[in-house]
Design a protein around this ligand. Structure first.
Ligand code: AMP
Ligand code: GLY
Length: 447
């Protein structure tokens, strides 16, 4: 006979929809698929990896189509993977609709999403709540002369940021003043990033080491998820063009207890208090891009979603039932759930198509996945055609592995990568190397 508790859980099982189609959503879907609270999982539009975990559906990111699907399929919870739908106001759309208002959307309200959708808003929020960040000023074409004058008061390198969403390309770091002025001119006067650069934030350059902090909040209570480090540049030793991220590691050796306490006290707490004070509704992730400058944390940016590829190392370390955490976002109950994190190290490496993040070719057959072990594969640009898997994007597969040490996790990742084959396979071989060196130096200093 089933125990009472099990019967109760069964009765409370829910249908869930995840919106997105990258390796991040594959990782989110994997955690959800393991939940004892799940009845059925849908992913729109999903990918080859999510098809193995639930049902892929194609909803075109259109609010009314999403509404119909949610109602027809008795969905209780929607996880929004990327920022665009949040910035477009999907949370508010649900809240304001009579039939959808009880469906939980994991994410912020439109106003909350402005923390990512408008860098000028994020800067003024940080200023208001005394959150440490680079000094900055915001300009439009109306006061471009003041912007030029402001640049002259700064020292290089010059950091120019398009205010709005610019597909991760809106930040320019320029070494000389003449070029900085030219870039500023093309952002403000020639709409280099379209509407996104109608406003430009000019800010002080922060010299330090970056890391990603993830917080899940119900708008009042919060849980700090594992920290991660992302490797954004295409080339080894952080050279070449910026990408969505070529690999990640969690935890991060320099984000020790002391640093995390500073982040919590100086950044997380005032952020949550600020949201409350501004009456900004928020039931989702806050991804705080941090720069550690000699051990002091500064906010580089807020994002209102999980990171990619950081999710592929953060989520595998979360031991708590993910749906239990999500459901607690309703009615401010997050404080009632205990967050349990595994104490192993996760490393992930992105397998990309040669040429990414610029031009690359698609349609190459991928083989060798059956020869992988002790790792998890998260899929991104992969298409199934007949019985074959073909490359279908710049970021193809993310290989993620856990071990007691970073060294062991790297070894597992890289040995499995050898077995996955496709034409033009490119990946960085140095993911986590810098962290191993820092760890080594710390050990030697302790001796
Ligand atoms: P973002 O799109 O805001 O993440 O910025 C892209 C990248 O630019 C960040 O990951 C940093 O590496 C770099 N960056 C942004 N702001 C600054 C800053 N104030 N000082 C130094 N680097 C920065
Ligand atoms: N990996 C950085 C991001 O997701 O924005």
């Amino acid at each position: 006979m089933e125990k009472k508790e099990e019967i109760k859980v069964k009765r409370n099982r829910i249908n869930v929809l995840v919106l997105g189609s990258g390796a991040r959503e594959n990782a989110i879907a994997l955690s959800i698929s393991k939940s004892k609270l799940l009845k059925k999982l849908f992913i729109s539009s999903g990918n080859y990896g999510t098809e193995l975990l639930g049902e892929n559906v194609s909803l075109d990111n259109d609010f009314s189509q999403i509404k119909k699907f949610v109602i027809d399929n008795d969905i209780s919870l929607v996880v929004v993977g990327g920022e665009q739908l949040l910035v477009d106001g999907i949370w508010d759309y649900f809240k304001e609709d009579k039939q959808l208002k009880d469906v939980l959307v994991v994410g912020p309200s439109k106003k909350g999403a402005s923390l990512e959708g408008s860098k000028a808003f994020a800067k003024s929020f940080m200023k208001e709540y005394n959150i440490p960040t680079a000094k900055s000023k915001t300009f439009t074409k109306e006061n471009i002369d003041e912007a030029f004058a402001f640049l002259e008061t700064m020292s290089p390198p010059y950091v120019l940021k398009a205010d709005g969403l610019a597909a991760g390309k809106g930040v320019l770091i320029v070494d000389n003043l003449v070029e900085a002025k030219e870039e500023l001119n093309s952002m403000l006067m020639n709409q280099k990033f379209g509407n996104a650069s109608e406003k430009v934030v000019i800010e002080q350059y922060l010299d330090g080491i970056e890391c990603s902090c993830f917080v899940l909040t119900d708008g009042k209570n919060y849980k700090i998820l594992p920290f991660a480090k992302d490797y954004k540049r295409i080339g080894e030793n952080n050279t070449g063009l910026n990408t969505g991220g070529m690999g990640a590691v969690s935890p991060v050796v320099f984000c020790d207890k002391d640093f995390v306490e500073k982040v919590e006290k100086r950044i997380i707490l005032p952020t949550i208090k600020g949201l409350e004070k501004e009456k900004i509704e928020y039931q989702g992730f806050i991804f705080i891009g941090l720069m550690s400058v000699n051990g002091e944390p500064y906010v580089i940016e807020y994002n209102v979603r999980m990171g990619d590829p950081e999710t592929e190392v953060v989520f595998p370390r979360i031991k708590t039932d993910i749906l239990e955490l999500f459901l607690a976002l309703k009615d401010n109950k997050l404080n009632e759930v205990e967050l349990e994190i595994g104490n192993n190290v996760s490393v992930c490496v992105v397998l990309a198509s040669k040429g990414y993040p610029e031009k690359f070719e698609k349609g190459y057959k991928i083989t060798g996945m059956d020869n992988t072990k002790q790792c998890t594969l998260f899929y991104a640009g992969v298409e199934k055609k007949n019985e074959d898997l073909l490359t279908n994007g710049g970021r193809v597969i993310v290989v993620s592995a856990k071990c007691r040490s970073i060294k062991g996790a790297r070894r597992k990742c890289y040995s499995n990568i050898e077995n996955i084959l496709f034409n033009g396979k490119y990946y960085r071989r140095d993911i986590g190397e810098d962290l191993m060196e820092i760890e080594q130096r710390r050990k030697e200093n302790k001796k």
